[in-house]
Design a protein around this ligand. Structure first.
Ligand code: NAD
Length: 326
């Protein structure tokens, strides 16, 4: 009998990469995604194309459920009929800025949706490993208080700072800073997932990503910066840099590498363990540097507009320390 996995947000960037990875490992996968991304960010951000692609590529192993993770009855029906070995929960409202438009929607999807999944997990498949895609926004804007130096194309942390060599680790406080409402709803989910590990002794693992990327991202101005920027440069569309002179730094990680991290965790899971997840010192870039690289790749000049207004609580410099995962 093949092992069973549940992937939420299965048509999104990380969800679809997880489905492909697990299908290749021989799993049968139940995928939950109701394309709420189209509601959040408009038709250009719809993930329906990706759902179709998964159904075509893995007709025997992949079964799609167009169900909302907040719908306890529908989620319970899926759980009741299967014994999952692995659950990868990626469905979310993922944008800082969008969250302020509809705080109830944001909180109900990110926090209550996660609780709905955790409860069904505890009730029906407690032997499984539960993986949650958290975010570095749980640290709020505390990293912006670090001593930064302005270089020609990027900001850099003062080399004397303890986080300079390897990046930010998991001991950083998640308290008393500006997170955006998205950061707050993800903290609620993050702490719940930790608690199901620590309090109930279940194998829950949390990966706090920063900028996740890959070709399956349905990039939009409000989410999926690198995929959207690449699209803009490739198609000649204007890209608007929001604040910090375009020198803000992110340690991007490819979706496939992140999913591989999930898999390694699943081989030896712990209870409520938290991992910062990113390209770390190995792979990081500022917006200006990313534009330059893309211009070279596509041999095209990017059309860039600059807005002085940065996104509220946006990090100026963020690089993950991945030593705990290592
Ligand atoms: N992409 C990033 O840069 C980034 C960074 C840090 C953390 N994360 C986290 O990683 C996870 C995955 O991100 P992503 O980039 O793959 O996002 P994504 O938007 O590409 O995928 C999420 C999918 O979930 C679906 N979804 C949303 N709400 C749903 C609901 N209520 N019920 C069912 N399906 C729903 C969407 O339709 C979408 O297809 C999210 O939890 C996000 O917060 C992402």
């Amino acid at each position: 009998m093949p092992e069973q996995a549940l992937v939420t947000g299965s048509a999104g960037l990380i969800g679809s990469e997880s489905v492909r990875f697990l299908a290749e490992k021989g799993f049968e996968i139940a995928g939950v995604d109701n394309n709420l991304r189209e509601y959040f960010f408009g038709t250009e951000a719809s993930t329906d194309w990706n759902r179709k692609r998964l159904e075509e590529k893995f007709p025997l192993q992949y079964r799609h459920f167009s169900v909302d993770i907040r719908d306890n009855k529908a989620i319970e029906d899926i759980f009741k009929k299967r014994k999952f070995r692995l659950i990868i929960h990626t469905a979310a409202q993922p944008s800082h800025d969008w969250a302020a438009r509809e705080p109830f929607t944001d909180f109900s999807v990110n926090a209550l949706g996660t609780l709905t999944l955790l409860e069904n997990y505890r009730k029906y498949s407690p032997e499984a490993t539960f993986i949650f895609t958290s975010t570095n926004k749980v640290y709020g804007d505390l990293p912006n208080k670090f001593p930064l130096r302005e270089l020609e194309t990027r900001y850099e942390l003062d080399p004397a700072h303890p986080y300079s060599a390897r990046g930010i680790d998991e001991t950083m406080s998640i308290d008393q800073s500006t997170h955006s409402l998205f950061g707050a709803s993800k903290i609620a989910a993050d702490v719940l997932v930790q608690e199901y590990g620590r309090y109930f002794g279940l194998h829950t693992g949390l990966f706090r990503g920063g900028c996740l990327t890959g070709p399956s991202h349905s990039g939009a101005p409000l989410h999926g910066f690198l995929a959207y920027l690449a699209q803009c440069v490739a198609t000649g569309r204007k890209y608007v840099i929001q604040g910090y002179k375009g020198k803000q730094v992110r340690d991007n990680i490819h979706a496939a590498d992140l999913v591989n991290m999930f898999w390694q965790y699943h081989q030896n899971p712990r209870c409520g363990e938290v991992y910062n997840a990113g390209g770390a010192r190995h792979s990081n870039v500022s917006i200006l540097e990313a534009i330059e690289k893309l211009e070279k790749t596509f041999n095209k000049k990017a059309i860039i507009e600059y807005s002085e207004t940065n996104r509220i609580g946006d990090h100026v410099w963020y690089i993950s320390d991945v030593s705990n995962f290592r």
